[in-house]
Design a protein. Structure first.
Length: 336
């Protein structure tokens, strides 16, 4: 996607609302939170994702008198992210947005506060990028549909992992459960989901870089595997529309990507067996991993599964973070 694609972009989005500036504005500064996301959702590689309530990232953005973008502070990254605005996904995506408006005269200072682990498989770069884009859009009083930010967010993903996919940035930006029906042209659909669906997430403290996790995926597949995968994706989407949690559960099976990526996650199949025995509806890898997630029918089951999996990881000398959430339908929000 080049700059002309961005400037001419029209998104045929179904089901998304409009982003509006906060009442009272907040003067020349704003503080925004954007949520973590679970991409792929087992069988929907690069085409399905949903947002969760926690964790997430925060951006504080201030208008300045001097044109150009600076990044004055990054916290929570252990020094891993660049302060150089030409190399940071937040500033790069914001710069593309400003160029599309012809507003390169604007000066901005950005603080990025990482409230979620980098390399977790929970859309860390997406959360940062979406927070930055939502911040500048709101600061400028741009009341166009939030979906118009999507191609700029994808430019950030391209910088982060070499591939401008939308299955993290779309749900982070729009909230809820999202299907990317097509990339050329970009066509995004917001899906319904059962209100009672809970998500248990566990992030093992192991390193699975997204670029490397993509490189091990097969380029060619058998037709019988493709047919199985198509059926499962269709079943999952149907289950979401029908509010049928049983159908959602039995459709969440991946014969293409999970068999390879699961080898990068310690005791993946042991953890899946544990979760299913405790009442999980389904279990799989979040994004490229190493985070894993399970759908459940209630909060208590999600909490017990999270605790059980973390206890198991501790027993094999692996630290972890755990989160329990419903599906987040709001996406980014102003918090100050």
């Amino acid at each position: 996607m080049n700059n002309n694609d961005i400037q001419d972009f029209k998104l045929p989005l179904k089901g998304a609302g409009r982003a509006t500036p906060p009442s009272g504005g907040g003067g020349g500064s704003i503080h925004v939170f954007a949520p973590a996301t679970v991409a792929n959702v087992v069988c929907g590689f690069d085409v399905l994702g949903f947002a969760v309530n926690e964790p997430g990232d925060e951006v504080i953005m201030r208008l300045t008198d001097k044109p150009g973008i600076t990044i004055s502070k990054i916290t929570g990254d252990d020094g891993r992210l660049p302060l150089n605005p030409a190399k940071n996904t937040v500033s790069v995506s914001v710069q593309h947005y400003l160029q599309s408006l012809g507003r390169t005269d604007i000066g901005l200072d950005i603080e990025l506060h990482k409230k979620m682990p980098i390399g977790s498989g929970l859309g860390s770069s997406s959360a940062s990028t979406v927070a930055g884009l939502f911040a500048i859009k709101t600061l400028l009083g741009d009341d166009s549909d939030a979906a118009t930010l999507l191609p700029f967010a994808m430019k950030g993903e391209e910088m982060a992992c070499g591939h401008g996919h939308a299955d993290n940035v779309a749900p982070a930006l729009l909230g809820g459960f999202v299907l990317i029906r097509s990339y050329e042209p970009l066509d995004v659909v917001r899906l319904p989901h059962p209100d009672g669906l809970w998500c248990a997430i566990v992030f093992p403290d192991v390193d699975v870089p997204t670029r490397e996790a993509r490189q091990i995926i097969r380029n060619k597949i058998f037709m019988k595997d493709a047919v199985t995968q198509w059926g499962n994706i269709a079943g999952l989407v149907s289950g979401l529309f029908m509010q049928d949690i049983d159908l959602i559960g039995r459709s969440m099976k991946d014969v293409l990507v999970e068999p390879v990526r699961s080898m990068l996650i310690p005791d993946f199949y042991i953890m899946r067996e544990m979760a299913m025995e405790m009442g999980a509806v389904s279990f799989g890898i979040s994004g490229s991993g190493p985070s894993v997630f399970a759908f459940t029918r209630d909060e208590e089951t999600a909490k017990r599964i999270t605790q059980k999996l973390q206890k198991h990881l501790t027993s094999i000398k692996i630290g972890s973070n755990g989160y329990v959430s419903t599906i987040n339908d709001k996406g980014p929000r102003v918090i100050g």
